[in-house]
Design a binder for this molecule. Structure first.
Ligand SMILES: [Zn+2]
Length: 113
């Protein structure tokens, strides 16, 4: 059975007082954000509002961006990082090697004593 059964679109603003459908008064747009763990978050913004570049993922707290293919990197707070890794991160590799060398030298000296 076809015909006469078509879904009719709601005519917004066609009411007797010209009011829009409930919830449609302010035009909104939905923006999707993805975090580094691939959680998708959809946030609805008023169309005239500024959409932030980053959004905190409500599931894991990581920053989420609008590019699914390239989510913002997770902040470096990995709990199991060795002290040396931290040292290497804060200093140049050369500095890290020098520190390591120094530590080894002390170790050797102690062993030799
Ligand atoms: Zn997340």
């Amino acid at each position: 059975m076809a015909g006469g059964n078509a879904i009719r679109g709601t005519r917004v603003g066609a009411g007797p007082m010209g009011e829009a459908e409930r919830g449609e008064a302010a035009p909104r747009r939905r923006v999707a954000f993805w975090c580094a763990q691939a959680h998708e978050t959809r946030v609805s913004f008023a169309s005239e509002a500024d959409v932030p570049e980053l959004w905190d993922c409500p599931r894991c707290g990581l920053p989420a961006g609008q590019d699914q293919a390239a989510p913002p990197p997770a902040p470096r707070t990995e709990p199991y990082k060795t002290h040396l890794a931290y040292v290497r991160e804060r200093r140049t590799d050369a500095d890290g090697d020098a520190l390591l060398e120094e530590a080894l030298a002390k170790l050797r000296a102690r062993r030799g004593a």
